[in-house]
Write a protein of this length. Structure first.
Lengths: 239, 57
């Protein structure tokens, strides 16, 4: 990983990748949407509302994955002072907040017709809401100091402490009685949902993942440019 | 009733399904547009500052 630590090398690797990643993201979303909204069959219990799953489940997966990336980057930043780690964490947290927001909104739109309620204060829903607030706290803290280094340190500590929420979210459906159904894809005995629904689900998951990688690289570029701009401005003010 | 209309009605669940897709598209769209605009703005600001520094020499 330290091979990529150099910002100049990061730019050399990221710049040629970005257009391809952007095209792949759009293509994956196009295929996933047509497959999920038009081709895929109805569920015998949920009928058409099963289609909400294709935007909801990948968003929830990415909400957890993005936080994992931020927690790992924060650890790398605190332990090794890796120069790109803070930048990656800062660039990722608005994306994670977005994924979590999508999971909350679409989950609620599925819950109304299927459970009969928009929201319940059960373990899964509450722990995901906490995840959303952790993201907001991380964004606020990273920008709260005049010295970006201090902000990054504070945000990294918050991210590591908040990581305790990740297993709580994942296993909340097993540990407590909740309205939310247990895992049906990533389970020890294999997926329990039909292959006809697994297809569009995975394409949409790939689309979300590609979107995340594209936006992460693009936003990391912005963070690096911003740092250079600040350095130049300080340099000029000193003269 | 046309095929298209049946599809748009989503078995009577249109008012839940379409807003779910719309909300996801809005959130991802805002993130993408804001990120690209910020990168462009920084590029411009940096180019301006660098050319000014160049002239000042």
């Amino acid at each position: 990983m330290h091979r990529f630590a150099n910002p100049a090398r990061f730019q050399r690797i990221a710049d040629p990748l970005l257009p391809w990643l952007a095209v792949a993201t759009v293509a994956a979303f196009a295929i996933g949407l047509v497959w999920g909204l038009r081709v895929s069959p109805l569920d015998y219990k949920q009928s058409e509302t099963v289609r909400i799953m294709y935007v909801h489940v990948p968003a929830a997966w990415m909400a957890l994955a993005t936080y994992t990336v931020i927690a790992l980057a924060s650890a790398a930043s605190l332990v090794w002072r890796h120069p790109l780690a803070d930048i990656a964490a800062r660039a990722a947290s608005p994306l994670g907040a977005g994924f979590t927001l999508i999971a909350l909104i679409t989950g609620s739109l599925w819950g109304k017709p299927m459970w009969g309620t928009w929201w319940v204060w059960d373990a899964r829903l509450t722990s995901v809401l906490i995840l959303f607030f952790l993201y907001l706290g991380h964004i606020a803290l990273a920008h709260a100091f005049d010295d970006p280094q201090r902000g990054a340190r504070a945000a990294a500590l918050l991210a590591l402490v908040g990581a305790v929420n990740l297993p709580i979210i994942k296993f909340s459906v097993d540990w407590w009685n909740t309205l939310h159904q247990p895992a049906s894809v990533f389970r020890m005995d294999g997926p329990t949902i039909d292959a006809a629904m697994l297809g569009p689900l995975f394409v949409m998951a790939l689309a979300y993942l590609l979107f995340f990688v594209t936006m992460l690289l693009l936003r990391m570029k912005s963070e690096l440019l911003g740092a250079r701009l600040r350095a130049l401005q300080i340099n000029r003010a000193m003269r | 009733m046309s095929d298209m209309q049946t599809w748009l009605e989503m078995g009577g669940y249109a008012r839940f399904i379409w807003p779910a897709y719309l909300a996801a598209a809005l959130v991802l769209g805002v993130l993408a547009i804001a990120s690209v605009c910020r990168l462009r703005r920084l590029h411009r600001a940096l180019a301006r500052l660098e050319s000014e520094t160049e002239r000042a020499r």
